[in-house]
Design a protein around this ligand. Sequence first.
Ligand code: COA
Length: 314
Amino acid sequence: MPVPREEFLSPTWRDNIFTNKVLFCTGGAGTICSAQTRAFVALGGNACIIGRNVEKTERMAKDIATARPGSKVLGIGAVDVRDPKALASAAERCVKELGSLDFCIAGAAGNFLAPMAQISSNAFKSVMDIDALGSYNTAKACLPYLVESAKKYPNGSKPNASGTGGRIVFISATFHYTGKPLQAHVSAAKAAVDQIAHSIAIEYGPLGITSNVITPGPIANTEGMERLAKSDPESLELNKKGVPVGRWGEVREIADATVYLFAETGGYVNGHALVVDGGQWRVSGASMGGLPYPQAVTSGDVVSGVKTGKKAKL
Ligand code: COA
């Protein structure tokens, strides 16, 4: 069933900015990456989504295609990002069937909540392999095509009438900025993902490529939030209050960030981690000695129990 456009894209963007362009997206059947792909398709592009599960991937490809009549969306299942050969074949098929590969989203990820004491070496390796090595494999499979696209659509100081191409975005997390219990494996993997993205920015920037990271914070209706809801419903409400903008994000807001980086708007953004989290990670130090956030700043009360507590003169 077609998803209403306002759920995956803000009205800010102009139609057809991605006409004749193709997006290759790993993890494309997931909640966040499918919204990113849907936005790209709605704005004129075609896409190829990659997943492990054949049925889920093909079904999602058909669903994404409803975003724009006449679009082509290919679902390639049975591809594990840990397998570089399978990814290279998928990229080759994408180009053969859709004509090019102009943009890439390395979005496939694996996660579970567990303390280090319960994570075996193999469990740690699984997440490193899917997130870090999988992102690396995705980039390696796509970069030759992205370089071709960047040649066709040079990233100059003036907007190119034929649009943009040769851009890659990685999906990361903020866990490694602050440290996060139960996420040692993912924190390590996402730190590596960020660095892979930044290395591409430096090494392939001279070839016309831009490489950036999008770091979603808590996003409503995603697998990660649903897991948290099941494991600890009370912490969900606390979690929401702890976001400076006072709510969880929407998948639309991640799709908007993607369009910003892929379109002319993002031409000079390279080697950046665009955090779309309502400011959440910055409040990791916001709770001070029992003063809860955000009440400590919103109540207007004088801070009590400290020698200097008084209202400032305006
Ligand atoms: N706690 C601790 N260890 C866990 C675990 C958990 N909750 N879940 C899996 N593992 C361990 C397994 O026990 C195994 O280790 P072992 O061989 O020492 O027993 C290791 O992780 C690999 O598990 P396996 O199921 O064989 O790996 P996989 O490659 O099929 O699965 C995972 C990868 C573990 C990341 C799995 O959670 C997954 O497939 N996730 C995909 C979907 C997903 O996570 N999406 C999240 C998006 S935010």
